[in-house]
Design a protein around this ligand. Structure first.
Ligand SMILES: [Ca+2]
Ligand SMILES: [Ca+2]
Length: 197
């Protein structure tokens, strides 16, 4: 029989797939957005039917990791973990849910990386082993997500993290306009439904 402690642990630790990585800006376009160290970001989504406390969750790659600050993510809602909060807000505005953190940003490699979201106990909630080959469309040699403005988006957010289920965000679904110039911003869909879903 399960102990009271074990029941409590289950109640707060969540399960694989409860919160998943749905989009990544691993190689921001330098000329229009800025350097990787400031403008990378990861979008996550709560796939459960109830609110999830993100505080203590860990985002990491093969080298570095960070711990999310307290943040209650409502069911079905997406939030962004930015490499650098002020830079993200300056580029995308301040109406996108963002989660602050402590630790070291797991720099998202421009060639290949394994990005893992774990709960506070280290149990893996989601893992994306992407490469810069993901999202290459027919007739192209390079993915639009690889440094030319698009992000890498998950197509079926409940599906597997394999190349066929991720694609470069598409420009015709620009989520917002630059408040200064009025021009479309096509740097992915942070905080919003993906353009390829
Ligand atoms: Ca990068
Ligand atoms: Ca999105």
């Amino acid at each position: 029989m399960m102990s009271v402690f074990a029941v409590l642990l289950l109640a707060v630790s969540g399960a694989h797939g409860d919160v998943v990585i749905t989009e990544m800006m691993y190689n921001p376009d330098g000329p229009t957005l800025g350097p990787d160290s400031l403008y990378e970001w990861v979008e996550i989504c709560n796939l459960t039917d109830g609110p999830v406390q993100l505080g203590g969750m860990i985002l990491s790659d093969r080298g570095n990791g960070l711990v999310l600050d307290a943040y209650e993510l409502a069911p079905g809602v997406r939030a962004v973990i930015p490499a650098h909060m002020e830079s993200f807000v300056s580029a995308y505005g301040d109406d996108i849910p963002v989660v602050s953190w402590t630790g070291e940003w797991p720099g998202l490699s421009n060639s290949s990386d394994i990005i893992t979201l774990s709960d506070r106990y280290g149990m893996v909630l989601d893992m994306v082993p992407y490469t810069d080959q993901w999202g290459i469309t027919e007739g192209r040699r390079r993915s639009a997500a690889d440094g030319t403005g698009s992000s890498l988006e998950k197509i079926d957010i409940r599906g597997p993290n394999e190349a066929f289920n991720w694609a470069a965000s598409v420009d015709y679904d620009c989520p917002r306009r630059d408040p200064d110039t009025g021009e479309d911003k096509c740097w992915g869909t942070p905080g919003a439904v993906n353009s390829v879903e």
